[in-house]
Design a protein around this ligand. Structure first.
Ligand SMILES: [Zn+2]
Length: 344
């Protein structure tokens, strides 16, 4: 599932590509036809991520850009399989495909949503001729390019009141400037629920998914099963302080990497599995390869990068959690500082 950094990346991509433009909307698949018709021809006036939720703000005259509020929003939650694919002229060079790694869609690798979007870089206007696939829930077309949404869990037109209702259900989002870490600390420590379950609860902290959960707990040396109420305030503050730069790195690069450089080549002989851990950009030059990116996520049975103990897995909150039973056996401890300069 795309985690919060991906949605922030999407929000900036929409900013860059479409903000202030009058957009044509359609639903080639048909399931969002009424919503698309309602807002087509309006201006995109805001683009905002909160946790895993994307809110695209629309106004009929574009005037919300001058400080007013959008009148309507398209609310999108990508869920497990959703993704956006972009195509356009040189203004779209930075954005390509954001969301679930394409292979997980069960489509041919180079043609997400079978729309061919993302390949329109050749002729200047070639993106205009890309026919949408029949599974494209929403197509957004602006003056310089288009974006196709496939496979979302939610895609709906909502009003400002409904947006506010969604926000009240969400905990603080570490990537937002207005986030209140104290709300996270208090909420975690109030409950007997295991910290490994609380981190997956979007009402506790918004935007964390399965990868950040496992990696964050490893970096803090915390047992995933320890009740939140057993943690000290500095334990929980340490989690937040580690999470912010990790998520920012993810939002900047589009990839989750949690390993310190000195821990990436501990076991060069082991041919690591990488089942299910594909990320967009895996084939790009210069990225930290996926088999070196994580301490414990999907590394069950493989030796811990720090102590050689086999990494274990078990289920918490409906998803597998991965941890090192030796490094993470101490249930109350001040988190060591692992954060290196590579994150800045
Ligand atoms: Zn270990």
């Amino acid at each position: 599932m795309p985690e919060g950094h991906t949605i922030h990346r999407l929000a900036s991509a929409f900013d860059e590509a479409f903000l202030g433009a009058r957009l044509a909307l359609s639903s080639p698949q048909g399931r969002f036809a009424a919503g698309a018709e309602r807002l087509s021809g309006q201006f995109l006036v805001s683009s905002e991520a909160v946790g895993k939720h994307l809110f695209l703000g629309f106004a009929p005259g574009g005037r919300a850009l001058d400080g007013g509020s959008p009148e309507s929003y398209i609310h999108v939650h990508l869920g497990l399989y959703g993704s956006w694919t972009f195509a356009g002229d040189e203004a779209f060079a930075r954005v390509h495909a954001i969301g679930a790694p394409r292979r997980r869609l069960g489509e041919q690798e180079s043609t997400p949503g079978s729309s061919g979007a993302g390949r329109g870089a050749g002729r200047k206007d070639s993106w205009r001729h890309l026919a949408p696939g029949e599974n494209v829930r929403l197509r957004v077309v602006g003056p310089h390019g288009l974006a196709d949404l496939t496979g979302p869990t939610a895609c709906a037109v909502i009003d400002p009141v409904e947006r506010a209702e969604i926000l009240t259900r969400l905990g603080p989002d570490p990537l937002r400037a207005d986030a209140e870490p104290q709300a996270f600390v208090d909420r975690v420590r109030r409950s007997r629920t295991a910290i490994g379950a609380q981190l997956m609860n979007q009402a506790v902290v918004a935007g964390i998914g399965n990868i950040y959960r496992a990696e964050l707990l490893f970096r803090a040396r915390l047992d995933p099963f320890v009740p939140g109420s057993d943690l000290t305030a500095s334990n929980v503050e340490g989690l937040w302080d580690d999470l912010v730069p990790l998520l920012r790195y993810g939002a900047r690069t589009g990839r989750i990497v949690t390993t310190e450089p000195e821990h990436r080549d501990i076991h060069p002989i082991i041919r690591e599995r990488s089942r299910g851990t594909r990320q967009n950009g895996d084939e790009d030059p210069g990225v930290v390869p996926r088999e070196k990116s994580f301490y414990v996520y999907h590394r069950q049975g493989l030796p811990c990068r720090l102590c050689n103990t086999p990494v274990r897995d078990a289920e918490i909150a409906g998803r597998s959690v991965y941890w090192c039973p030796r490094c993470q056996s101490v249930r109350r401890r001040r988190a060591p500082r692992l954060r290196g300069t590579w994150l800045d």
